[in-house]
Design a protein. Structure first.
Length: 319
């Protein structure tokens, strides 16, 4: 049956540059301690995915002289939508780079790339290789594969947070040009938008594919992955601490902003990672209204249990 949903329909991958020779330290952390699967390896590049994902990869790591967010990838319905969105982005006055299939990343079809105003580069594509579930499609055992047991082993890539000096400009572009919907937002006392959670498809965990925070242009705030329930998040925290991984300011906690039970940790390069479960259900329809948080309630929004605001959590974690 043909997919009828137009435009962006899936958060595909996050691409990071890391100061790591041959990506040895990165592979040890993400595969052996965090529980991702290595899909493939290219020159100076490592492709990873979660065990419950059928596509070729959801995290791309590449060797570099510094640590930074390179781009965020989204899959669109088809080549016609790719061309249509390229036109809309150009009409908004933003330059578009076009790449042939396989030219930018392995297993990726033709793509377009552009920068969100004050935000990171996005890459849109219609096709990515789909090797399938590691558990197979025939009466699969939906349990964590044995090699990954004892690690967090998340199900899916859930969302990505980034910083922007003018969050309102970034959010307006995402809404008006790319068709994103705001699920929740944080406003200052004078009504200015400080942060927002945005989605393109119906979501049951967190209600977002992108999270925008105030800060320097295009920096990574965090990458979130899905776990089954709060108990899984707690157990994942045990595995991470046993492995010597640093747990960030918030977590495990009920994070009211997004309504998830979440844990945040740091990879060896400083990238903030989130494991989350639960959350409000969001749907794309004309009567959907976002939840609005007041800046005075920011501590409660970020952590229901302690309600203390840790300003450092709002800062970016990578360039």
């Amino acid at each position: 049956m043909a997919l009828k949903h137009q435009g962006i329909h899936r958060l595909g991958y996050v691409r990071l540059a890391l100061a790591d020779t041959r990506l040895l330290r990165a592979r040890e952390f993400y595969c052996e301690q965090f529980g991702l699967l290595e899909s493939r390896r290219g020159p100076g590049r490592l492709y990873l995915r979660c065990w419950h994902e059928p596509f070729a990869y959801s995290l791309v790591l590449e060797e570099n002289v510094d640590n930074r967010l390179v781009e965020i990838g989204f899959q669109v319905r088809d080549d016609a939508d790719l061309a249509r969105l390229a036109g809309l982005v150009e009409q908004a006055g933003v330059a578009v780079q076009r790449s042939a299939a396989g030219a930018e990343l392995e297993s990726l079809g033709a793509s377009i790339a552009f920068a969100i105003p004050g935000g990171p580069r996005l890459r849109l594509y219609a096709d990515m290789a789909q090797p399938g579930y590691v558990t197979g499609y025939d009466s699969p055992d939906w349990v964590t594969p044995r090699p990954l047991r004892g690690t967090p082993a998340p199900f899916f890539l859930n969302h990505v947070g980034f910083t922007a000096p003018d969050p309102q400009a970034a959010v307006s572009f995402l809404r008006e040009v790319l068709g994103f919907v705001v699920s929740e937002r944080i406003d200052s006392a004078d009504g200015k938008l400080l942060s927002a959670l945005l989605f393109r498809m119906s979501k049951e965990v967190g209600g977002q594919e992108l999270a925008v925070f105030p800060g320097p242009a295009g920096r990574l705030h965090h990458i979130a992955f899905t776990k089954e329930d709060p108990n899984d998040v707690l157990v994942a925290g045990i595995y991470l601490r046993e492995a010597g991984v640093d747990i960030d300011r918030y977590g495990p906690t009920r994070q009211s902003y997004g309504k998830t039970f979440s844990l945040h940790c740091l990879d060896p390069f400083g990238a903030r990672l989130e494991l989350c479960a639960g959350g409000g259900v969001t749907e794309v329809h004309s009567e959907f209204e976002p939840v609005v948080w007041d800046e005075a309630e920011l501590g409660k929004a970020l952590s229901w249990y302690d309600r203390d605001l840790h300003p450092a959590f709002l800062e970016p974690s990578l360039g």
